[in-house]
Design a binder for this molecule. Sequence first.
Ligand SMILES: Nc1nc2c(ncn2[C@@H]2O[C@H](COP(=O)(O)OP(=O)(O)OP(=O)(O)O)[C@@H](O)[C@H]2O)c(=O)[nH]1
Ligand SMILES: [Mg+2]
Length: 322
Amino acid sequence: MPANLTPQYYAAEENYKRAANPEDKMKALQEMLAIIPKHKGTERLQGDIKKKIARLKEDGKKKKQAKSGFNPFGVEKQGAGQVVLAGYPNSGKSSLVGILTRAKVKIADYPFSTALPVSGMMPYKDTFIQLVDTPPLALDNVPSGLIGTFKEADALLIVIDASTAECLEQLEGLTTVLQEREVIDLSEDGFIIAPLPFIIVASKVDHPDAAENLEVLRELWPKLEMLEVSNNGRGLENLRVRLYKMLNIIRIYGKVTGKPVEKERPFILKKGSTVLDFAGQVHKDFPEKLKSALVWGSSKFDGQAVPREYVLEDEDIVELQL
Ligand SMILES: Nc1nc2c(ncn2[C@@H]2O[C@H](COP(=O)(O)OP(=O)(O)OP(=O)(O)O)[C@@H](O)[C@H]2O)c(=O)[nH]1
Ligand SMILES: [Mg+2]
């Protein structure tokens, strides 16, 4: 049976063929289906159009899922702050995260042993700092997902391998690529400007060549702050302290009138936060109700009444007056 298609139908089909995006394709297909003469002779054609529409819808769904779905480079933030490691293959990143946290990291004597970010919690005082081990930065092929992981971090740890004379090259390579991808900013004399705080860590300083390698590096970058660590424990306590400082946070303990202070779980706030900021973290309705607060710690005397704008310090105890 002949199909007897109309000129309007052919025009719609032409639109379908020329459509450059799924939306236009869908529009054309729906028009074709609407105007196609409905009789036995066009049944197969009608079926084809319906199939194409179904396939387009399916593709659209998949794309949406991919967009909103699982990102293997995404690491959900936990604890007082997230510090992400960055470094060349085999530089000792996984070893560091393994020692400082209980994360199940893969440590190997061959490069590229870590394929995706792995995070662990590092205890520090009465809180936890999240450390994220990452796959190595191979400069000729930097996955954009990994750059995303760095940008989301609260701070970075740039790891260079002091056991090799390449450590200078590693430092220059890493800082260059991280600057190019707008993760960090470093002035020529090695001062951090913004946007992300970071520290340089020289790993494997137990290696016999490490001292000499680092001496060369220091001559070239005299002002650069660098911590020396090794998996035998050297420098790790210092690193923990520096990580906490770098996050620029304070721990605040809440107290309810007539009750003892809640020491188990400090609230984490940015340095420079006020009593008002603290009230907002405790409950969203509190800032509006807040009149003043009593403070133990940074105040001149214990339990001193302070205004809402009072700037808190690490380890202050605060009793909100609502
Ligand atoms: N001597 C010495 N060797 C170390 C130290 N830290 C790590 N290593 C060794 O260096 C090798 C690489 O360590 P990893 O921690 O797997 O390095 P990585 O940076 O995670 O490597 P990728 O995941 O491939 O990027 C392993 O053989 C470790 O045992 C250290 O402080 N001293
Ligand atoms: Mg690794």
